[in-house]
Ligand binder design. Structure first.
Ligand code: IMP
Ligand code: MG
Length: 181
C-alpha cells in the first residue's frame, strides 16, 4: 500500500501472480496455434506491458503491430465513444490476429475494434485481455478468448493501466482510490 495525499493504491494482483498467469495464457496460445504464425495487435497504450511479456512467452512465429484508440479521455469514466488515434502499419488479411487489450470493461472499445478489424479479413481474430470486469459490460456478446484475471468492479492501475497517464509503471495491478472531490 502506498499513499499520496489521500490517493490510495492497494495491491490487487501481485507481480508473481501476473507473471505466472501470462505464462499460462501464452502456453494456451502456443498450443492453439501450433505450427502457425500469430500476429499480435496491441491496443496502445494500456496493453504495451502485457503484450511485451506475453509475446516473449509465446513459442511460435510471431509478428507485432499496434493500434491506438481513445475511449476514456483523461479520467475514469467512459465517454462511450471510440476513436482511432493510430492505425495499424500493415494489412492483417489472412493472418491469425490476436488483439491484445489491457482490460475489458464496458466492451465498447473491443466491439468497435472487432468490427473494424473483421472488415480487413483476417484468417482468425481472437482477443487476449489481461483483465476482465464482467460486471461492467454494456455490450453483452463481448468476451475475451484469453483472459488473465476476472476482477471486481474497481478502478485499477499498474502493469500498463493508467489513471490520467500515470501509474502505468507499477509492477502490480493496484486498486486506485481517489479522495472525494
Ligand atoms: P471499455 O471500452 O469500457 O471496455 O474500456 C476499455 C478501456 O478503458 C481499457 O482499454 C482501458 O484503457 C480503460 N479502462 C477500463 N477500466 C479501467 C480501469 O479499471 N483502469 C484503467 N483503465 C481502465
Ligand atoms: Mg487508459
Amino acid at each position: 500500500m502506498r499513499e499520496k495525499g489521500r490517493t490510495q493504491l492497494k495491491v490487487l494482483i501481485r507481480r508473481a501472480a501476473i507473471r505466472k498467469r501470462v505464462q499460462e495464457v501464452a502456453r494456451e496460445i502456443t498450443k492453439d496455434f501450433k505450427g502457425e504464425r500469430v500476429h499480435l495487435v496491441g491496443v496502445l497504450k494500456g496493453a504495451c506491458i502485457f503484450l511485451s511479456d506475453l509475446v516473449r512467452e509465446i513459442d511460435l512465429d510471431t509478428s507485432l503491430d499496434f493500434i491506438a484508440v481513445s475511449s476514456y479521455g483523461k479520467g475514469k469514466d467512459s465517454s462511450g465513444q471510440v476513436r482511432v488515434n493510430k492505425d495499424l502499419d500493415s494489412s492483417i488479411e489472412g493472418l491469425n490476429v490476436i488483439l491484445v487489450e489491457d482490460i475489458l470493461d464496458t466492451g465498447l472499445t473491443l466491439s468497435y475494434l472487432r468490427r473494424i478489424l473483421q472488415q480487413r479479413r483476417p484468417r482468425i481474430l481472437k482477443v487476449a485481455a489481461l483483465l476482465d470486469k464482467p460486471s461492467r459490460r454494456i455490450i453483452k456478446d463481448i468476451e475475451g478468448d484469453y483472459v488473465g484475471f476476472k476482477i471486481p468492479n474497481e478502478f485499477v492501475v499498474g502493469y500498463g493501466l493508467d489513471y490520467a497517464e500515470r501509474y502505468r509503471n507499477l509492477k502490480d495491478v493496484c486498486i486506485l482510490s481517489l479522495p472525494p472531490e
